[in-house]
Write a new protein. Structure first.
Length: 437
């Protein structure tokens, strides 16, 4: 067998790096269909990376889009596996299927009151400000002066920045229009980040923490028992850098502070208070010492981690929230499921930056190529399936995505913004135009 057809499900970094590895190998002729549930590609590069980090999104223009221009790669946007096409239909039509569907759920805090209006996951908030069509209707309440974020990872820092960045700066980004308007009217003045453990264990990375040094008009306060001079700790190099940055943040003076970010380490949420709406969060020291305290707030965002969602027809590890796999080969209890693979966050959990998915995809594609060399892949035909699908619904081709991209950039240039995102599926499909792939 010298050629095969692969379906890659999900067009985030993991799916795109999988395509790169497939294109770079020379042993087989390969045809690739990329299936994406949204009309737009790039996963969290478009819908996760913060609007004030445009440089992190350049990878889509500088690398990923070139894979979709290759004659042996086809993009099918607006196609969801699990509803528009089943897993069984897919495997019946392709030699191999690689799932790169990311992590679409979030970890719960599992405390009373968590479901009250005003309590959200950071995932929902991020999707909302980035214009993800699923989140465009969410209504966040910014009328109270204080917001609490549970967690101190990079996502928590993104969210804290979005709540405190001067509106003039936000208005130069590709933030969703509805979010820009809502944040312009925000009355949030203080954002408290709750860290269960100490500052030496915080999950944020130093470059993301350092950005807070340059936040205009935002005072930063650090409440931590373990904030000591880096050289006096036996901590590793990364931790010492973060400690040094925290000390600089604490020493930094803002002439006329307009907003404030407070890091409150060693504190855990115990319950969320409020009858019909969040009015506060009860916290206590994580070691159980001291008494309960209540932080009044009108907005609570939990940034304690994304979580993979089970896909019908695939074995799922409920404990870890990933599709069961070994090195990217999907594993049933009886052994590997031939021709079915995973990569990215649905394979290894929601960890790592965009670039981490390259190595991850290399391992998965390596397994696929090994199976192909061993003659383990079957030889079906995908075209009937996709032609049938195109008759049932509008499928967005790469050209369709280019139409959307152009329309968004044109709308943005009038306001000196990188783009104004279209967030409504109907609007996106109308911009995409022709349904033919
Ligand atoms: C808030 C946030 C900010 C981040 N910021 C940065 C940053 O600044 N820099 C950095 O390097 N990394 C950043 N990351 C990490 C980076 O985004 C991830 O490492 C990366 O996106 C994971 O890639 P993935 O392809 O596994 O998942 P995703 O990027 O989530 O892609 C999954 C894709 O699959 C599609 N999909 C899902 N289900 C289906 C289905 N059933 N059928 C078809 N398609 C489906 C989704 O629509 C999506 O397009 C950030 C992450 C988050 C959450």
């Amino acid at each position: 067998m010298n050629s095969f057809k692969v379906a890659v499900v999900g067009s985030g970094p993991a799916g795109m790096y999988a395509i790169q590895h497939l294109l770079e190998q020379t042993r087989f002729d390969v045809e690739i269909d990329l299936l994406e549930r949204l009309p737009t590609p790039w996963g969290l590069v478009r819908a996760g990376v913060a609007p004030d980090h445009p440089e992190k999104k350049l990878i889509a223009d500088r690398l990923f889009q070139f894979f979709l221009k290759r004659s042996n790669v086809r993009f099918f946007g607006n196609v969801e596996i699990g509803s528009d096409i089943s897993h069984d239909e897919l495997t019946a039509c392709y030699d191999a299927v690689i799932y790169a569907v990311g992590a679409s759920d979030d970890k719960p805090m599992a405390i009373p009151g968590e479901q009250l209006p005003g309590s959200w996951s950071a995932r929902q908030f991020v999707a909302w400000y980035n214009g993800h069509p699923d989140a465009r209707h969410l209504q966040f309440d910014f009328s109270s002066p204080r917001a609490v974020i549970v967690g101190t990872g990079n996502v928590a820092l993104d969210v804290a920045r979005m709540l405190t960045l001067p509106v003039g700066q936000l208005a130069r980004t590709d933030i969703a229009e509805h979010a820009l308007q809502a944040l312009q009217a925000s009355r949030v003045k203080e954002v408290i980040l709750l860290g269960r453990r100490g500052c030496q264990q915080a999950a944020f990375h130093n470059p993301e923490l350092e950005e807070l040094l340059y936040l205009d008009g935002v005072d930063i306060q650090i409440e931590a028992d373990d904030l000591s001079a880096p050289e006096r700790t036996g901590a590793d190099w990364d931790t010492r850098r973060k400690l040094a940055t925290l000390i600089r943040l604490q020493a930094r003076r803002v002439a006329t502070p307009v907003k404030r970010i407070v890091f409150k380490f060693h504190h855990s949420p115990v319950s969320v208070s409020g009858d019909t709406q969040v009015t506060g969060v009860q916290v206590r020291k994580s070691d159980g010492s001291g008494s309960l305290g209540t932080i009044q707030c009108g907005l609570l965002l939990r940034a304690i981690g994304y979580r993979g969602r089970a896909l019908a027809g695939l074995p799922f590890d409920v404990q870890t929230g990933v599709v069961s796999n070994i090195a990217g080969r999907v594993m049933d209890s009886s052994g590997p499921r031939t021709g079915v693979y995973v990569t990215g966050w649905i394979k290894r959990g929601p960890r790592g930056v965009i670039g981490s998915n390259k190595q991850c995809a290399a391992e998965t594609v390596g397994c696929l190529l090994e199976d192909a060399r061993a003659g383990k892949l079957s030889r079906p035909n995908a075209d009937a399936l996709l032609q049938g699908l195109a008759r049932r619904r509008q499928v967005v081709s790469f050209r369709g995505w280019q139409h959307i991209d152009r329309a968004e950039r044109q709308a943005g240039s009038a306001q000196r913004r990188p783009r104004i995102k279209q967030t409504d599926i109907g609007e996106l499909l109308a911009s995409a135009g022709s349904p033919k792939p």
